[in-house]
Design a protein around this ligand. Structure first.
Ligand code: AR6
Length: 263
């Protein structure tokens, strides 16, 4: 006959063993992404390029500055900047070399950081979020899981794994037109850029897809926040507005003429 004490001991052992196994498996998984993250960050560019999901990638030297771009292109009509937004005109000639319009897939950019328009779970989704997770591979979601989400307007940084970029900065845009929260997204991403001493970053048009922020008001926020940041952080090399849709291309060409004047 088993005593009560013995039964309790047997049950305890039976329950604890799988929990311990699960904990050690989880620990192994965590170690996996950490090891992979370090591996990708320390490997040579040649070795890393062999692992990119897409063989097509763009270096910063392939992307013209706004000044170079504007010389070659016939630009869309100018869109005036918000009347209450003041710029320091003495910085115009240097700052138009610090921004770019790039139309295409953000996952092809071989730069310091690309921004992801994520959701509060950070566990992936559609749109640019889906494209980034697909190209980065499963270690990205494994690292994101350890962050336990991100509130709207905030931003967090992770490795970029198989992406050509070094890091992904995930930010959660607002659903619908909420200017204060969208400003926070840009500010918090740029703050991380500074803290991590990153030189190059690309933003998608945060919130303007699935989250339904109207495109032109969102572009005003993007351009004004980047202008403000660059006026105080002139050591940064380049901030890219990564445009996917033709509609945004026309808007950004119009808006950058006002926030980053060409003469
Ligand atoms: N490269 C650059 N821009 C892209 C790409 C790409 N590969 N793919 C789409 N875009 P969205 P949101 C553009 O919907 O509105 C997700 O499910 C797209 O054309 O990706 O902030 C998240 O998990 C648009 O201009 O992001 C969230 O649940 C811009 O990226 C939710 O969607 C943003 O569109 C976030 O919605």
């Amino acid at each position: 006959m088993f005593s009560c004490q013995k039964i309790v001991t047997v049950i305890t052992v039976a329950v604890k063993a799988p929990i311990r196994a699960l904990a050690s498996a989880t620990k192994l998984k965590m170690t996996d992404w950490k090891v992979e993250k370090e591996k990708f960050l320390s490997m040579s560019l040649d070795a890393k390029r062999k692992l990119y999901a897409s063989k097509e990638f763009k270096q910063i030297s392939d992307i013209p500055t706004w000044e170079e771009y504007a010389k070659k292109a016939t630009l869309a009509s100018q869109i005036p900047r918000k009347t209450d937004f003041q710029i320091d005109s003495s910085l115009n000639s240097s700052l138009r070399k610090k921004v770019s319009i790039f139309q295409g897939d953000i996952t092809t950019l071989e730069i310091d950081a690309i921004v992801n328009a994520a959701n509060t779970s950070l566990l992936g989704g559609g749109g640019v979020d889906g494209a980034i997770h697909r190209a980065a591979g499963p270690n990205l979601v494994a690292e994101c899981k350890t962050l336990h989400g991100c509130p709207t307007g905030d931003a967090v940084i992770t490795g970029a794994y198989k992406l050509p970029a070094k890091y992904v900065i995930h930010t959660v845009g607002p659903r619908g037109e909420k200017p204060g929260l969208l400003q926070q997204c840009y500010r918090n991403c740029l703050k991380i850029m500074c803290e991590k001493k990153l030189q190059t970053i690309a933003f998608p048009c945060i919130s303007t897809g699935i989250y339904g922020y109207p495109n032109e008001p969102a572009a005003h926020i993007a351009a004004s926040e980047v202008r403000k940041f660059l006026e105080n952080n002139t050591e940064v090399e380049r901030i890219i507005f990564c445009i996917f849709l033709e509609q945004d291309h026309v808007i950004y060409e119009g808006i950058l003429q006002s926030y980053f004047p060409l003469n």
